[in-house]
Ligand binder design. Structure first.
Ligand SMILES: Cc1ncc(COP(=O)(O)O)c(C=O)c1O
Length: 370
């Protein structure tokens, strides 16, 4: 067995395993929408079943690639020339995870380094460990939303920088100035920029900006999982130049051959008729507002999430002890410790997976137990 793989610690599993043992518990730990996949999307999959279920083209069904290009064209541009995207710039993958894995594996050798924000979504590190490249983690932004000098240095030295906006675990969403600054820093230093935008439709009172707009050498990661409540369908994508897509396709071919055909029929419907996104977004925003209020009442220090489905408050004690103890009381949250060296007293709360009633019930319990 490879040592790097053996060393990977799936510590967060402890939380879900302990939480699953309890009947009456609020599951803030689950990072996925509480909503089921929209009915019209499921219907499209049902109709899709009438087709022969063979392999799909390696890069995905052409109509889905077109729908993805259309959606991405609705953003603020790609590359400094504000390139108009076509299906040739799109590869459909098995989830955003498959997209990231293809990029890391295709691009980074064992001596190459990827740099992540502190805190970051834990699986970036795991993908690096499996792909076999080096990685580092540094806090990107200061309180004034400027890129820290230390971060600029790390980005300059790395082969790849991963930016995630709106972000997991914080809900932090880049302003246009921030997107521009980090895009330009990556560009000036010939560091490949990966912009993970799997939550880009879920923003609250702010606009989404892509740092890929400001970098000549960059890729965007997208996914149907969170924006369309389709986590189990495993559809994601990469946007990049056609010649790079050809290289990522080799990894995809070597690992999964192609994304699942039936899920692609569903994703076409989700992207072409996407009214459900706004309905869910409004519900998330209400939950976010409630959560921010309840955190304020506890005097928990936290930046109000501007996007995604998470908040990341400071609880002023060891994040593991806090989370394990709260599961016994009936609230499951994810410890911040694995997400970065500065996060060992923070916890991730997913408001996407819970109703407002559950948020209130959980915070009543937390209030009684801290
Ligand atoms: C920041 C981030 N990127 C990528 C992914 C992967 O999403 P998918 O379910 O499409 O693989 C997730 C899922 O939680 C995520 O939070």
């Amino acid at each position: 067995m490879r040592e790097r793989v053996e060393r990977i610690n799936l510590s967060i599993r402890k939380i879900s395993e302990k939480a699953a043992e309890k009947d009456d518990i609020v599951r803030f730990d689950i990072g996925q929408p509480s909503f089921g996949t929209p009915e019209h999307v499921k219907k499209a999959a049902e109709q899709g079943l009438e087709n022969k279920q063979g392999y799909s083209p390696m890069l995905g069904l052409p109509r889905l690639r077109e729908a993805i290009a259309d959606e991405e064209n609705g953003k603020n541009g790609f590359g400094p020339e504000g390139k108009f995207l076509e299906k040739e710039h799109v590869m459909v993958t098995t989830g955003g995870m498959g997209a990231l894995y293809s990029i890391f594996t295709a691009r980074l050798g064992s001596e190459d380094k990827a740099v992540f924000n502190d805190p970051c979504w834990g699986p970036y590190k795991m993908i690096s460990e499996v792909a076999g490249n080096r990685w580092s983690q540094v806090k990107f932004w200061n309180k004034d939303r400027e890129l820290r000098e230390e971060a600029k240095k790390e980005i300059a030295e790395a082969e790849m920088v991963v930016v995630n906006t709106p972000g997991n675990p914080t809900g932090y969403t880049l302003t246009r100035e921030q997107a521009k600054e980090i895009g330009e820093v990556a560009d000036e230093n010939d560091t490949f920029l990966v912009s993970d935008e799997v939550y880009h439709r879920l923003v609250y009172g702010v606009e989404h900006y892509s740092p890929a707009e400001f970098s000549c050498d960059s890729a965007i990661i997208g996914s149907a999982s969170k924006n369309h409540a389709m986590t189990g369908w495993r559809i994601g994508w990469i946007i990049d130049k056609e010649r790079n897509i050809e290289q990522y396709a080799k990894v995809s071919r070597a690992s999964t051959a192609c994304p699942p055909r039936i899920s692609q029929y569903a994703a076409i419907e989700a992207l072409e008729n996407d009214f459900h996104v706004q309905e869910m977004r409004e519900k998330y925003e209400e939950r976010r507002d409630l959560l921010v209020n309840r955190m304020k009442q506890l005097d928990w220090e936290s930046v109000a999430p501007e996007g995604a489905i998470y908040a990341f408050p400071e609880v002023e004690e060891d994040s593991w002890e806090f989370c394990m103890g709260m599961i016994d009381e009936g609230v499951a949250m994810v410890p911040g410790e694995p997400m970065g060296p500065e996060s060992d007293q923070k916890v991730r709360i997913c408001f996407g997976s819970t109703t407002k009633e559950e948020i209130n019930r959980a915070f009543d319990i937390i209030e009684d137990n801290i």
